[in-house]
Design a protein around this ligand. Sequence first.
Ligand code: IVH
Length: 673
Amino acid sequence: MDRTKAQKELESLRAEIDRHNRLYYVEAKPVISDYDFDKLLERLIEIEKEYPDLVTPDSPSQRVGGEITKVFPVVVHREPMLSLSNTYSLEEVADFCRRVEKLVEAEGGSNPEFVAELKFDGVAISLLYRDGVLVRGSTRGDGTRGDDITANLKTIPAIPLRLQSAGGPLFGTMQGEIEVRGEVFMRKADFEKLNETRPEEDRFANPRNATAGTLKLQDSSEVARRRMSFVAYFLREGESGPSAHLQRLSQLDSMGFVTGGHFKLCRNVEEIAGFIAEWSEKRWKLPFETDGVVLKLNDTTLWERLGATAKSPRWAIAYKYPAQQAKTVLRGVVFQVGRLGTITPVAELEPVRLAGSTVSRSTLHNFDEIERLGVRVGDRVMIEKSGEVIPKVVAVVTDERPEVTTAIEVPELCPECGTPLVRPESEVSFYCPNEEACPAQKRGRVLHFASRNAMDIQNLGEALVAQLVDRGLVSDAGDLYSLTPDQLADLDRMAAKSAQNVLNALEKSKTQSYARLLFALGIRHVGQATARELAHAYPSIERLRQAGEEELAAVPDIGPVIARSILEFFSKTWVDEMLSKLEEAGLPMEAAAPKALVNRNFEGLSVIFTGGLERHDRQTASQLVLERGGRIVTSVSKKTSLVVAGAEAGSKLEKARKLGVRVIGEDEFEQML
Ligand code: IVH
């Protein structure tokens, strides 16, 4: 493709991707599938790879991440990031309004107006724009100091990398510094998708925890994958800006931010109460979680004069909706045995409506929780849905306790295999230690192996896996691949055709990636993201098995706990046997061979990067060299062919000059590409 054509296609792709991002993140009305969206992005990246000088800082490709941050630098907030005082009562809201009114009157004003907004349940952040370009993003931290998480925040589509024109002269210029504050959050659907990629033992309890955990990741490409959202609710700029908060919200909107759209100017307490009532039910239909309403004085010139208490401003307050509760009866408790042997008590409830759905089961987490609640079978219990997606039992209605209730006994034996349970010190859960032979654990492992985000083996559901394990046909995932058509057709609710479907699905699973296989193995604490990191660092299972604890812990986002769990996994005999069977069957025990070269412009060259490049991060730049036949080296010697030096290059540049190695800058590097 020639340059002019490339430029044209890039422009239209960027506009289209931005439009779809807006439809998805702002209007919550996506019009294309995730798959088609990814295709557009892939095409954009492909052209940009060919013409790296056509990459713009606000191109959607700049959001895919890749930068690894080992330690987040500390940011001192120019103005402390305060939190809000909370209330659950409308009376206190009325008190707040009267208080503000008095203060406003003391300042010579009257009849203050308020803006009512939804309270987003996520993580507060601050964004700094210089001359319209995003230069820094940070967490709230302790209010005074936060973490610089710019690389992670840049991956969030709803955060503009460059501000759009601020919409006419009213709003002044985009010069100088502007600070925007808002909430990063995860939509319910994105949260559920994310949890599916995580091992059961590490699932996030609610979207807020998932958001907080994600923002702390070192690998920004993983942040990009998790589809975070952002809503802006606060703008600070020079003197020129509008003084009404409502106008600032619409200014944020024209700058390219998402403001949520659900806010209202209220002139009195009645209007505020109306807004609160309106959203108390409607909020369940929103694609994200809200836990209340925030009320802010509209006239921002008064904000400073009203000031703040130690923790929160006097010009705003948060009304929180009481958690949704329902009363029901605990009919019984069943003990589930997980893939890793964990015993989870599950409450069986008299079905009851709660926050838009019917609830008949809820987890009791562990036996400490049962003891804390003092709950017995037959009790009337309160269940609650707050931030959590899954409802939980929060209390026993003791004054309604029936005459006959029965205690919930801690089982001594595994309900599945009869092995005495153990409770490791320092843990709250009981385990079945019969890892190798317990049928529940076998079933759990095989089901995990076959699940959608793992090997994605269709038609291999719970009922089928249970039969396979119970009849002794399958003990681990490796056995799946030696099943015969007759063995399958012989099972309940199976026939020749359905058996063949399963065999076809198994055959197809052999072409899944090596990273998926690593996830599918079901190593404790190794979710999809960790599996991807591992696959990247260790291109074969053999290499991974040889890795030591310290070496493993040096991989991004892998700490000592995961490292130990990996070592433990590979030390087991049944794992050895399973891996042999999988290898025999032809599953991908190593990473696929690298893709064909883009060109041979770097063939035979050993290349070093030093200093910061402006348009490429280190990882991408290295990738570009590898795709063109070059090698990346890390220390300069006489044999080094080329040093690409960016800003603030240090000792490597000096050494290269001394040794007479060729040094080039970013422009020349791009030409060579
Ligand atoms: S305004 C100085 N507006 O709630 C006041 N906060 O408990 C700055 N939050 O830390 C915050 N939605 O994380 C504001 N529409 C909204 C909000 C909101 C959620 C969060 C924010 C803040 C916390 C206060």
